[in-house]
Design a protein around this ligand. Structure first.
Ligand code: MG
Length: 383
């Protein structure tokens, strides 16, 4: 079997801007890159990609410059066409090395990540096994999901939203970004309102938004003010590059500190685990390096006794990939479930993932175990 094409389809969902003052359900991603890897055996692999999709498309489609044999400025598709798609780990490194002078992180790594997931999808379809079996096995058939949404602007709107997620069957809810971080007094009232509506038994997570540019001591003060409302974790209280600041915060408070959606590669996550000492690492499989790197992150986190809760705020393709990782990991706390109603979140696969008693079922079909809805792709494709 040989790879015949690697493409990035750019999808756009129209008119989805939502201001932080809006109390409605967030609409989800406006733009999405969809990677499609084709083979001469008729097997196709897919992955979504949370990045600037036209940038990633250029990285994938750039020509091969290395006529002199020195691969370091090449486009990713040119590196892969003709290769055996089953050699996933070697191909990961071929892409990394072949793009290293302009790549290593950022959009290049996001494109590598999505291609890697699509190759795992092909691997599973070829061997007729779900990805978690190929990773090493199935510890569980379902993973507890947390509803992932944005802060609402008022305590009443927070209560109303929290009650609605409980009604949908969620047992955990994360509120993030939005108006949080503008006014510490309002922040406390919003988190208090969510806690009151959720009651004692549901978990509440808070994504504080790193862009508030807090110092470590400001972050410690903020987290201590939220601790009466028992957040399960507090996410990204600091700038993602502030590894030493994270360590200072993690050592000062009892609340679990979560970080990692901006991080990538095994080398970056080693910093987050060993130097920043965060309690919860949150790899986004479409940004960290794909399942090939996600597997290494789980090994590192297990060895250091930290939790892995993947970031997945895109479509059901990414949620499915995250479910496979969490079905295989020995310890799984949660998977993130984007509650937004937008079509790129809800309609990209033919049978959207559904919550059952607060859990998401791990797909059992071959590869990712979910099928891309070609009609949705045709409706929203712009490039
Ligand atoms: Mg976040």
């Amino acid at each position: 079997m040989k790879i015949t094409a690697v493409e990035v389809l750019v999808l756009k969902s129209p008119g989805l801007y939502r201001s932080p003052e809006d109390a409605s359900e967030p609409p989800g991603p406006t733009y999405m890159g969809l990677v499609r890897v084709s083979t001469d055996a008729g097997i196709t692999g897919y992955s979504d990609m949370e990045t600037a999709p036209t940038v990633a498309k250029a990285i994938v489609e750039a020509p091969r410059w290395s006529d002199d044999g020195l691969e370091c400025f090449d486009g990713l598709a040119a590196l892969l066409v003709g290769e055996n798609p089953l050699e996933v780990e070697r191909l990961w490194y071929k892409m990394y090395r072949g793009s290293i002078y302009y790549g290593r992180r950022g959009a290049a790594m996001q494109a590598i990540s999505a291609i890697d997931i699509a190759l795992w999808d092909i691997l599973g379809r070829y061997y007729r096994q779900p990805i978690h079996i190929l990773l090493g096995g199935r510890w569980r058939d379902r993973v507890r999901a947390y509803a992932s949404t944005l802060f609402r602007p008022t305590p009443e709107a927070m209560r109303e939203a929290a009650r609605r997620y409980l009604d949908q069957g969620f047992t955990a809810v994360k509120f993030g970004w939005g108006v949080f971080g503008r006014d510490p007094a309002l922040d406390q009232r919003l988190v208090e309102a969510a806690r009151n509506a959720l009651g004692d038994h549901a978990e509440l997570m808070v994504d504080t938004g790193w862009f508030a540019e807090r110092t470590p001591k400001e972050a410690i003060r903020m987290i201590r003010a939220l601790e009466p409302f028992r957040p399960y974790f507090v996410e990204e209280p600091l700038h993602p590059e502030d590894y030493d600041g994270y360590r200072q915060v993690a050592e000062a408070v009892n609340t679990l500190i979560a970080c990692g959606e901006q991080e990538s590669t095994e080398w970056g996550f080693a910093q987050l685990i060993e130097r920043a000492r965060v309690d919860v690492v949150q790899p986004d499989l479409t940004r960290c390096g794909g399942l090939t790197v996600g597997r290494k992150i789980v090994h590192m986190a297990e060895r250091a006794n930290r939790l892995v809760i993947p970031h997945s705020w895109c479509s059901d393709l990414l949620t499915a990939a995250s479910l496979h990782l969490m079905a295989w990991a020995r310890r799984a706390a949660f998977v993130e479930f984007n509650t937004s109603a937008g079509p790129l979140s809800r309609e990209l696969v033919r049978e959207p993932l559904r919550l059952e008693d607060g859990y998401l079922r791990v797909p059992h079909g071959p590869g990712l175990g979910v099928e891309v809805n070609e009609e949705t792709v045709a409706r929203y494709r712009i490039a």
